[in-house]
Design a protein. Structure first.
Length: 341
């Protein structure tokens, strides 16, 4: 991969003033670029982009807009998920020649939900230096604008497009004491928020951030259920970030557990309902499943009497077990022989 430009072309311009980029050492440079407002680019980013021997980018047309804004003329190579397997060896060969390669995404920090990590991984395996150039990130911009706890957060990338898979993924995060952050497409935002409200809790605080740093920037805040309704009534457009606050620090009483199970049993099998509710409440799955079996009739019309009978039966067996324990036949008794003698 040859450099088609001379050293004299390694410059950039800011407000009509021309600057010559300083030489940079051979390395792979993941460079953060603006997520919407081109004025958010950093000075180090301009220096590296102007000095690099080649710039690897997702879409050359998108990156060219930024480079033209700052008068940068460097060779561009498209590097994205569809051609990564073919282009990665060529970029690694450029590094092996002792050259500097800048890696950018269409917007924000590269490697965050894009294929750049494989290039970084292989470059490191081959002994090349990787020098990050930090800057704009939709993930961080959304967190600081959402009004949710920032001391501990988890980035879940893009949620699965199908509701069942999405709910399963969310159930795995439901009990974490951390703010949850996801990227989402605008046409799935309402459905994703509805699933978040069902799995994480309708009253759990959340936020929807869209078009950050752009003209129509907006951050909607409120309970997840209200956000889901709002996204249905007024569909958001543009780049979307969804957030949910940490799991509440509370226990789940029997009535709450039953209500969650009855709701889940109306939508799925007892096993799946137990798994979802156990993930939401933090209760042992074995105990939740036993309760789900007892509540199954209540999920059908006229099932309340059957549930009451099941509760009575459970109470009777529990009392009988207590009497057995008092007679020495409990867990502390000798069970090595059938008669306990």
């Amino acid at each position: 991969m040859k450099d088609a430009t001379s050293a004299a072309d390694r410059h950039y311009a800011i407000d009509g003033r021309d600057f010559t980029a300083r030489p940079i050492e051979p390395a792979l440079y993941p460079v953060a670029t603006p997520i919407g407002n081109l004025g958010d680019v950093g000075l180090r980013a301009l220096e590296v982009l102007a000095a690099a021997d080649v710039i690897a980018c997702e879409d050359t047309r998108v990156t060219r807009v930024l480079l033209d804004r700052y008068g940068i003329r460097r060779p561009l190579v498209a590097y994205h998920e569809h051609n990564a397997a073919r282009e990665r060896p060529r970029l690694l060969a450029t590094l092996a020649e002792g050259k500097a390669v800048a890696l950018v995404s269409d917007a924000g920090t590269p490697l965050i939900s894009d294929p750049g990590y494989k290039l970084v991984e292989e470059a490191l395996d081959l002994g090349h230096k990787v020098i990050p150039i930090p800057g704009p990130s939709a993930l961080l911009a959304a967190i600081v604008a959402a009004g949710l706890p920032t001391d501990c957060f988890l980035f879940g990338g893009f949620l699965p497009p199908r509701s069942g898979q999405r709910r399963t993924r969310l159930a795995g995060f439901a009990d974490l004491p951390a703010t949850l952050v996801f990227y989402e497409s605008p046409h799935r935002a309402a459905e994703a928020l509805a699933d978040m409200a069902d799995v994480l809790g309708p009253d759990r605080p959340g936020a929807l951030a869209r078009e950050l740093t752009k003209r129509f920037e907006e951050v909607r805040r409120g309970p997840l259920a209200a956000l889901a309704t709002g996204a249905t009534d007024d569909p958001p457009r543009g780049e979307i970030v969804l957030l949910a606050g940490p799991a509440p620090e509370r226990g789940t009483d029997a009535d709450d557990l039953d209500a969650l199970l009855i709701d889940a049993l109306g939508r799925m099998s007892a096993g799946r309902a137990a798994a979802e509710v156990a993930a939401t409440t933090g209760q042992p799955r074995r105990l939740v499943y036993a309760r789900a079996q007892a509540l199954k009739p209540l999920a059908r019309p006229g099932g309340a009497a059957a549930v009451e009978a099941a509760d009575s039966d459970i109470a009777t067996r529990s009392a009988a077990a207590d009497e057995t324990d008092k007679d020495g036949g409990g867990e502390s008794g000798d069970r090595s022989r059938p008669d306990g003698a």
